[in-house]
Design a protein around this ligand. Structure first.
Ligand SMILES: Nc1ncnc2c1ncn2[C@@H]1O[C@H](COP(=O)(O)OP(=O)(O)OP(=O)(O)O)[C@@H](O)[C@H]1O
Length: 624
C-alpha cells in the first residue's frame, strides 16, 4: 500500500476516565488505495480498512484468503510491536482467514466501527467512528482442542461504500468457487433425542445455515420410524434436490435415516449365509443378490414388540418403498454428490465423535456448511433367522458404527426399558447386565483378511504395555486426511477373498460374553479411544471382537481398560480381535439379541459384510 497517500492524525487525549481517543483520518477524498496486482482483473486486492475492535489494518485479499496487518507505524519503531505507547493492541492473534474457512461475507451498510485498545495493565479505551462496513463470517479452531470449531466474525469498515461492496463481491466470487458446499439440505430433527434436546440443538445452529445461505427444509419427527418412512418413500427425484440430509439426534436416529435411504437404493449381493450345522451342506457360497423384486421382510408385519422402535412403528413396508423410489431417476450408493450430516444431540453420539473428533453441535454444523467430506464404511447386516422356529428369509439392516451381541444386545434391551432416564439409562442398564454376567453359546465364521493378527500372547503384550514396552502405541488412530482411509490402491490381499474358498474362512465355536463388530472405533465419552482404537472410518474392515466366557473380574478389567484413555481393552487372552470383511453368526441358545447402532435386532442367524466408503459424510475427521 502506498502509505504516503494516507495521513494519520493521532490525537491521544487521556481523560479522567482513562479513555483514549485515536482518530485516524484518511485522505480528503477518502478514496480507497487499491493495489491491483496482475492483469485487468487483479487477483490480489489490497487496501486500508478499519477492523472492528482492533484499529486500522492493511488488508489483502487473494483467491486463498484474507490477511491483514495492524497499522502500527504510529508507534515508535523501537517499541515492542505488540504495544503502542505502552498500549497493547487487541486482536493480534487473527491476522488471516482462508476462503475455505469463510462461510459468509455480508455488506452491512453504514454504522459504527470501534477501535478498542487495552492499556497496560488493563484499562479498556475506545473510540467509535461511523463508516460503511462488511462482515466476514468464518471458522476458528480452538487452540487447545483443534477439533473444536466455533464461528468467528470480522467486521471491516471503510468510508467508501463502493470499496466495501467491491470487496464483498470479490470475496463472494471466491466463495462461489467452493463448489463442494451444500446449498439445499433436508434436515430431520428428533425432538426426543438425548435429554430431549433435539429442537434446541437445531435452534442453536440454524442461524449459521441461514447466514451461509444454505436452504434447509426442516422436519421435526412425530414418532419413531417417521424419518425412516419418509426416506424410504421419498422419490429419488426429490432427494436429488438436496445435496444431503442432516440428522439432528443421536446414533440411533442417524441409523434410522441411513436405513431409510439405503434399504431401497443400495444394490449388492448379500453376504454369505451362516453355514448349516451339517458341514457337508455348508452354504457360504450362496451369495444372494439384493434383488428389489424380492420381498424382504415387511417391517410392519414382521417386527415384534421386542424390536427397534424405528421399525415397530414404521408405516411403510419395504416393497412399497422400493416401488416409490424406483419410479423415477436413479440414486445409487456409493454416491459422490449426496452426503449425510449429523448434528449431535443424542445420548452417545459415537458417530459424531469419531467423524469430527468432538461432540459439539456447532462444530458439526460448521463442517456441514463448509462442505467437508469423509467417506464412511457401512456394514450390511442380514438376518437370516429371527429364531429357531422362524422362516429363513433375509432381513437387512445397515450399521454405521457397531453391531454387537451378548452383553451389547442385553444392555440395549435393558436400557430401552429406562429410556425416560435419558443418557443415564446406559450406565444403569450396563451395571445390571454386568452383574448378571451371562454368556452365550454361538458359532462365528469370519473371512480372513490381510494383516490379520490374533491375540496370541496377549498376556505378554499386556505386561509389556503396562511397563511401556509394548508396540500398542503404534496403533494408528483415524485422523483428518487419514492415509489409511485415503489409500485407493487395492493390493491383491485387499481384494475380497473368495467366500467359496473354504480356506478363506476361520470358524470359532464357544461361549461368549459378547461378540462385537466395530465399523469405526466407536469412541465416545465413556470410552475415549473406542473399543477398537485403530478401526478407521473408511479402511474397508469390520473389526470383529470376540470376548470369550471368563470370570467376571476379568471382564471388569476389560471394561475398565475400555473406559481409560490409552487403555488396551483388546489385550487379553479371552479377547480375540480380527479384521475381516465378512462374518456369519449362529446362536445355539434360545435368545439372541443384537444391538445394531444402538437399535435392537433379534437374530438367531445373521451375516454381515462391510462396504468400504459406502456413504459420504459432511465431516472432516478428527484432528490430532
Ligand atoms: N418424535 C419421536 N418420538 C419418539 N421417538 C423418536 C422420535 N423421532 C425419532 N425417534 C426414535 O428415537 C430413538 C433414539 O433417538 P436418538 O438416537 O436420536 O437418541 P438417543 O438414543 O438418546 O441417542 P444415541 O443413539 O446417541 O444413544 C431412535 O430409535 C428414533 O427412531
Amino acid at each position: 500500500m502506498d502509505m504516503e497517500n494516507v495521513h494519520f492524525g493521532a490525537t491521544f487525549a487521556l481523560n479522567e476516565l482513562n479513555f483514549l481517543h485515536i482518530c485516524i483520518i484518511g485522505d480528503d477524498d477518502s478514496q480507497p488505495i487499491i493495489q491491483h496486482i496482475g492483469g485487468e482483473e487483479p487477483s490480489i486486492l489490497t487496501s486500508s480498512f478499519f477492523l472492528d475492535h482492533a484499529g486500522e489494518v492493511f488488508l489483502t485479499l487473494n483467491p486463498d484468503g484474507l490477511s491483514w496487518k495492524l497499522m502500527e507505524s504510529l508507534c515508535n519503531d523501537h517499541e515492542d510491536r505488540s504495544t503502542c505507547l505502552g498500549i497493547q493492541i487487541l486482536s493480534k492473534h487473527d491476522t488471516s482467514i482462508n476462503i475455505s474457512d469463510v462461510y459468509a461475507v455480508e455488506f452491512i451498510d453504514w454504522g459504527l466501527v470501534h477501535e478498542t485498545l487495552l492499556t497496560n495493565p488493563g484499562f479498556l479505551l475506545g473510540h467509535a467512528s461511523e463508516m460503511y462496513r462488511f462482515t466476514v463470517h468464518g471458522v476458528e479452531r480452538s487452540k487447545s482442542q483443534p477439533s473444536l470449531w466455533a464461528p468467528t466474525v470480522f467486521t471491516f469498515g471503510h468510508v467508501d461504500k463502493q470499496t466495501c461492496q467491491m470487496w464483498v463481491n470479490r470475496m463472494n466470487s471466491y466463495l462461489s468457487l467452493e463448489t463442494d458446499r451444500p446449498k439445499n439440505l433436508l434436515v430431520y430433527v428428533n425432538p426426543g433425542s438425548g435429554k430431549g434436546n433435539g429442537c434446541r440443538t437445531w435452534e442453536s445452529v440454524a442461524p449459521i445455515f441461514s447466514q451461509a445461505k444454505v436452504k434447509t427444509k426442516v422436519i421435526v419427527t412425530e414418532r419413531a420410524g417417521h424419518a425412516f418412512d419418509a426416506m424410504a418413500s421419498i422419490t429419488n427425484r426429490e432427494l436429488n434436490l438436496y445435496e444431503g440430509i442432516v440428522a439432528v439426534g443421536g446414533d440411533g436416529f442417524f441409523n434410522e435415516i441411513l436405513n431409510g435411504i439405503l434399504l431401497s437404493r443400495h444394490r449388492a449381493p448379500y453376504p454369505p449365509t451362516p453355514p448349516d450345522d451339517d458341514p457337508t451342506v455348508e452354504t457360504e457360497g450362496d451369495v444372494l443378490l439384493h434383488d428389489p423384486t424380492v420381498t424382504i421382510v415387511d417391517p410392519v408385519v414382521s417386527i415384534d414388540d421386542d424390536e427397534s422402535p424405528l421399525l415397530k412403528r414404521s408405516k411403510l413396508n419395504e416393497t412399497q418403498a422400493i416401488n416409490l423410489t424406483n419410479q423415477d431417476s436413479e440414486m445409487s450408493f456409493p454416491n459422490k454428490r449426496f452426503r449425510f450430516g449429523l448434528v449431535p444431540s443424542g445420548s452417545t453420539d459415537a458417530i459424531v465423535i469419531c467423524t469430527t473428533g468432538v461432540r459439539d453441535p456447532m462444530t458439526s454444523a460448521l463442517q456441514i456448511i463448509l462442505g467437508k467430506r469423509v467417506c464412511l464404511d457401512i456394514a450390511q447386516v442380514v438376518r437370516w433367522e429371527k429364531s429357531h422356529t422362524s422362516k429363513n428369509e433375509p432381513h437387512v439392516r445397515y450399521a454405521a458404527s457397531f453391531a454387537g451381541y451378548g452383553f451389547y444386545g442385553d444392555v440395549i434391551t435393558e436400557s430401552e426399558k429406562y429410556r425416560w432416564m435419558g443418557p443415564k439409562r446406559y450406565d444403569y442398564a450396563g451395571t445390571k447386565v454386568f452383574l448378571r454376567h451371562r454368556s452365550y453359546e454361538a458359532k462365528v465364521a469370519y473371512m480372513k483378511a490381510e494383516s490379520e493378527k490374533t491375540n496370541v500372547g496377549a498376556n505378554v503384550r499386556r505386561i509389556k504395555a503396562f511397563w511401556g514396552l509394548s508396540k500398542e502405541s503404534e496403533r494408528v488412530a483415524c485422523r483428518a486426511k487419514c492415509d489409511i482411509c485415503n489409500t485407493t490402491s487395492v493390493s491383491p490381499q485387499r481384494e475380497k477373498p473368495d467366500p467359496k474358498e473354504e480356506s478363506n474362512w476361520v470358524r470359532v465355536k464357544g461361549r461368549f460374553l459378547s461378540i462385537g463388530a466395530a465399523v469405526i472405533s466407536c469412541r465416545n465419552e465413556k470410552a475415549p479411544d473406542g473399543l477398537v482404537v485403530d478401526a478407521h472410518l473408511s479402511d474397508g474392515f469390520l473389526h470383529l471382537v470376540l470376548i470369550k466366557d471368563c470370570p467376571r473380574a476379568f471382564y471388569l478389567w476389560h471394561l475398565t481398560q475400555l473406559a481409560r484413555k490409552g487403555g488396551t481393552p483388546l489385550n487379553f487372552d479371552f479377547v480375540e480381535h480380527h479384521k475381516t470383511t465378512t462374518f456369519t453368526f449362529t446362536s445355539s441358545g434360545e435368545e439372541s439379541v443384537w444391538n445394531v447402532d444402538g437399535e435392537i435386532l433379534q437374530a438367531q442367524k445373521l451375516s454381515a459384510q462391510v462396504f468400504r466408503g459406502l456413504i459420504s459424510l459432511f465431516a472432516s475427521g478428527p484432528e490430532k
